[in-house]
Write a protein that binds this ligand. Sequence first.
Ligand code: AOF
Ligand code: ZN
Length: 331
Amino acid sequence: MAQAIGSDLERAALLADAFRHALGLAAEMVGATAPNPTVGCVLLDAKGKILTSAAHLGAGQLHAEARAIQLAREAGLTGQIASVIVTLEPCNHQGRTGPCTEAILTTPACEVWYALPDPNPVASGGADRLRRAGLRVLSLADMRHPDREDLLAWATRLLAPFSTRVQRGRPYVTVKQALDPFGSMIPPAGSKTFTGPEALTLAHRLRRRADAILTGSGTILADRPALTVRHVPDIPGKSRILSILDRRGRVDAAYLDEARQNGFRPRIAMDLGAALRDLAEAGCNEVLVEAGPALLRSVEAEGRWDEWVLIEKAPPGQDDRITITHNTRPA
Ligand code: AOF
Ligand code: ZN
């Protein structure tokens, strides 16, 4: 077995760098992996030098660890693998792909550092499995480095859409709400928005990372919104569910057809709870709510949200500035 990176300060710094690198790779895949989590992995040699690194690219494809190991194999570096640094506990199950624990055990790695335990009961247990096989297995919480809390917070945020779906049976809910200076959500007659390009880009970034958009029949009938990603490049090949709360069946077939042509899979739901359950069952890790005041009131009253992005236009006379506030619901 290769020698592991140790515990002195220099090695802790290498480890923190490796976690930062792995988290950065995972962050690039936000919105692309549902129903799977975003995961990044870095393989180090005994001196703490990066051999290969990889992210999980999407459901059905290799997990981050398996991909990093495959890259090492292709580069003839397998024999030098000493440490595996990964943003999620290696899986221990046969799913769409094989268990990462077994992939790791085919290498000379003697040490595994993972950021967070796997919240998915079906796949968890990887840390124990690797320990039983004689590896030194540690989590980011064990790392002695001043950046530990920041890295943990980043890892937790990256995993939140997946862990929310797995643990709470609903997707991570992001709400986007735009308000004019008088607290109204209704844009002036003849226009669909009252905020400028900055808010528009933000809205489209939120759509990009979402696996579904949730809205109400009122919004559809009033605006016939496209709800597509246009102001930022979309994730190639991604199709989203468009969940519409429409108890009375008011949304017309022509709108639903248009939505399909725009790449959506439209679904009608009777209430918020049913819509969220349906989206979780369909494998959506994150949903963006773009809706009118009535639906937003239910979301708030029922506490079914995780991040509330408020875009407020400044009162007249104060330039054309907007304020963007990201609120996170306390766990
Ligand atoms: C991922 N990517 O890099 C890791 C995952 O059906 P499968 O085989 O893709 O397994 C999915 C589960 O594997 C997932 O729910 C999670 O618990 C675990 N780890 N998943 O998609 C990865 N490390
Ligand atoms: Zn895995």
